[in-house]
Design a protein around this ligand. Structure first.
Ligand code: CO8
Length: 261
């Protein structure tokens, strides 16, 4: 069922509870086009509904994570058409899933590529990863979070500078600014992201889901409302078998065996 993609590769490791989704348009440096983003939506929805998958890695190849929206496809876009179809809105639906998504970024993460990385829950980058919002140079503006998520990730001054110039952030700069969680050697970043996915997959699935919801809520809510929301989610964990098991295992000095209930 996961073989049926033309511009993506999806591999699932059911024993470990992880999946890896790989952009596969190397000739255009994984430029994001309508057909590939439709496939990404379909793949993520399938993985979200698959109980044997509990964490997902999204990656590209060693040259490019994604070099932005496909400029050749986008060049023909008109305002009435963009408005009619709400251009790009459904591309980002993929990321409304409840399971954690880790971006493993090698090479270019430009424009929509940087925005897609920022839609992921955690970004791991290789030393040769490069992040930028070059839309200004194309006579347009970031269209999928560059002016919003980048501000939250690196602060207003740096985000403004990056969006107004299209200048490139190196992996180490992106890491020191907090955009990227960790930096690895190019041949290690995918393995590190998959290891992280395995670690997350070994936790209680309902608890992982609640944590993702709570952290994401922090981006949308006031502190007071966010703290109240977090507390209610925290209270709800006391209805889980996994909370009983996790705390009993601690007291009995043994590893917890979560049942995802
Ligand atoms: N779109 C279409 N084709 C592309 C793109 C792209 N974004 N990027 C690279 N390609 C193609 C090139 O046209 C070329 O194809 P061909 O061989 O047929 O001419 C091939 O990939 C290889 O590219 P280069 O020869 O240019 O390779 P270089 O190593 O010389 O340069 C660069 C690599 C620096 C990455 C360069 O290709 C480049 O600047 N690319 C464009 C980067 C860019 O401006 N990205 C932003 C696009 S706008 C955008 O993303 C709007 C936001 C949309 C939101 C999406 C939400 C999910």
């Amino acid at each position: 069922e996961y073989c049926n993609f033309a511009e993506l590769m999806v591999s699932v490791d059911r024993d470990e509870g992880t999946a890896t989704v790989t952009f596969a348009r190397p000739k255009s440096l994984n430029a994001l086009c309508e057909s590939m983003m439709t496939e990404l939506n379909r793949a993520f929805k399938m993985l979200d509904a698959d109980d044997s998958v509990r964490a997902i890695v999204l990656t590209g190849d060693n040259v490019s994570f994604a070099a932005g929206a496909d400029i050749k496809e986008m060049a023909k876009q008109t305002y009435p058409e963009a408005l009619r179809v709400n251009f790009l809105a459904h591309w980002t639906d993929a990321f409304k899933i409840s399971k954690p998504v880790i971006a493993a970024v090698r090479g270019h993460a430009l424009g929509g590529g940087c925005e897609v990385a920022m839609m992921c829950d955690i970004i791991y980058a290789s030393t040769d990863a490069r992040f930028a919002q070059p839309e200004v140079r194309l006579g347009t503006i970031p269209g999928a979070g560059g002016t919003q998520r980048l501000v939250r990730a690196v602060g207003k001054s740096r985000a403004m500078e990056l969006c107004l110039t299209g200048d490139v952030l190196t992996a180490n700069e992106a890491c020191s600014l907090g955009l990227v969680s960790k930096v690895f050697q190019p041949d290690e970043v995918l393995g590190a992201a998959q290891k992280l996915a395995r670690k997350i997959a070994s936790q209680s699935a309902p608890v992982v889901k609640l944590i993702k919801e709570a952290v994401n809520a922090s981006q949308e809510m006031s502190l007071e409302a966010g703290l109240a929301y977090e507390r209610r989610l925290f209270h709800s964990t006391f209805s889980l078998d996994d909370q009983k098991e996790g705390m009993a295992a601690f007291i009995e000095k043994r590893p917890a065996k979560f049942t995802n209930q």
